[in-house]
Design a protein around this ligand. Structure first.
Ligand SMILES: CC(C)(COP(=O)(O)OP(=O)(O)OC[C@H]1O[C@@H](n2cnc3c(N)ncnc32)[C@H](O)[C@@H]1OP(=O)(O)O)[C@@H](O)C(=O)NCCC(=O)NCCS
Length: 167
């Protein structure tokens, strides 16, 4: 499987990254490298010669089965109270490149990577944690479903698998 992103490393110039959301900018500037070092999350970036066009992070996650819709729960063995998933914790595109399709490209890259991971480590969905209502709308466009009372949204891995039939 090929990906358009690469793991963040020290050579990447992250200081000037600006997606318009301070929290996501500060995370890349100050915390991402530390989190990677501590294995709290993996960070993938879309590099250009002198800048970062976008980034996203992935971590493992557990979802309380009671948050999932009935039609999904009824197909799952009752012994799993928490279900394994992958958290797409952050996704951001530099302001200089927004509105040109890169957000969609990066989301597809993150879903493909998650699908690939799910073949090695069981994960039945990708979870996102949208920062605000705008981000919710972005993820709704790609059929993410809200998880009640958590602010999070999810897309079943079975749905993601249909996006990458050749793999
Ligand atoms: C959200 C974000 C990643 C989208 O990236 P982008 O490169 O501008 O998006 P794209 O050009 O790939 O657009 C893909 C589609 O999503 C839509 N879209 C983009 N931003 C959107 C938003 N904030 N709300 C709703 N829809 C949005 C676009 O209209 C487009 O749909 P279309 O093809 O039907 O026109 C980017 O705006 C960003 O980094 N925002 C700040 C950080 C953020 O909010 N991240 C969200 C996760 S926490």
């Amino acid at each position: 499987m090929s990906f358009i992103t690469v793991p963040l490393d020290s050579a990447h110039k992250k200081e000037n990254f600006n997606c318009g959301k301070g929290l996501l900018d500060a995370y890349l500037h100050k915390q991402a490298k530390q989190d990677v070092k501590r294995r709290l999350s993996a960070c993938f970036i879309l590099p250009d010669e002198n800048e970062i066009k976008g980034y996203y992070t992935l971590s493992t996650a557990a979802v309380d089965r009671r948050l999932l819709p009935q039609e999904i729960i009824k197909k799952l063995p009752p012994s799993y109270s928490d279900l394994p998933a992958i958290l797409l914790g952050r996704l951001a595109v530099s302001k200089n490149y927004q509105g040109r399709g890169l957000g969609e490209f990066m989301l597809m890259d993150a879903l493909k990577r998650s699908y690939f991971i799910s073949m090695q480590v069981g994960s039945m969905a990708v979870i996102v944690d949208p920062l605000d209502e705008e981000a919710v709308k972005f993820y709704e466009k790609y059929d993410f479903i809200s998880l009640p009372d958590s602010g999070k949204m999810f897309l079943p891995m079975a749905t993601i698998a249909t996006l990458f039939p050749e793999n």
